[in-house]
Design a protein around this ligand. Structure first.
Ligand code: HEC
Length: 214
């Protein structure tokens, strides 16, 4: 078999496949087998609860209809739905969720991605994305207010005139100040991205808010 070029390529092909399987599956599984996968509820923190509560105050009627109260249970529901929409709408065709340790990416996006961040239900499968038509979103939370996201999803060009991002009017009842359950869920999801890090933009302000009982 190794006398011909085709034979060598065939053996090498199988060899690389086995190597990729060991490096990408077997080694990570062995490394993280003791670290339990967190649920959506366990991934809720004061940063995302702050945003979820803010949504309930900014859009009281829509929020009441969609989720009722701004508590942890409903926040987890919103996150699960938001993630499904992120997948279903193909957001990952244009956005990555992985800050690489090259090209000074951390200057633009924030801390380089860490393996442990992906060990939870809301990252299964991980939305690494395939290309970056738009910016990386893994540290998106807290960078813009909820109302910014609402207007941006309704019609991105209102805020960024040259934006190639599509409009998502079906997440609203006719106007950007009337987000539906889906619209609210998607906003919650993008505000959640990176909310587990100390670098979350509203973090310091939150200390005072937390003491007021959010
Ligand atoms: C055709 C490619 C494309 C698709 C599909 C797309 N986006 Fe974007 N997105 C962009 C581009 C380009 C930008 C930068 C310009 C802008 O802000 O509109 C952007 C910006 C954003 C921003 C603001 C980022 C920042 O830091 O200012 C968010 C949040 C976002 N997109 C979320 C989403 C979500 C969620 C979806 C799916 C519902 C989605 N995008 C679908 C291309 C896309």
């Amino acid at each position: 078999m190794l006398e011909s070029k085709t034979g060598i390529l065939f053996v090498a092909g199988i060899g690389f496949f086995v190597f990729a399987f060991v490096a990408n599956v077997a080694v990570p599984v062995a490394m993280y087998k003791d670290q339990p996968e967190k649920t959506a509820e366990e991934m809720i923190n004061s940063n995302i609860l702050y945003q979820f509560t803010e949504l309930s105050k900014r859009y009281p009627q829509s929020f009441e209809q969609a989720f009722g109260a701004a508590n942890e249970e409903n926040c987890a529901k919103a996150l699960r739905l938001g993630r499904q929409l992120y997948i279903g709408e193909g957001c990952w065709h244009c956005h990555s969720q992985f800050v690489r340790p090259v090209s000074n990416e951390s200057l633009r996006y924030g801390p380089v991605a860490d393996t442990a961040e992906y060990q939870n239900e809301l990252q299964r499968p991980v939305m690494f994305g395939t290309r970056r038509v738009g910016p990386d979103l893994s540290r998106q939370g807290g960078r813009h207010g909820n109302d910014w996201h609402a207007v941006h999803f309704f019609r991105p060009q209102t805020l960024v005139p040259e934006s190639p991002m599509p409009e998502y009017p079906w997440f609203f009842a006719g106007s950007p100040d009337k987000p539906t359950r889906r619209g609210l869920a998607l906003i919650t999801y993008v505000q959640w991205l990176g909310s587990w890090l100390d670098s979350y933009p509203y973090y310091e302000e939150l200390d005072s808010i937390k003491s007021e009982g959010y």
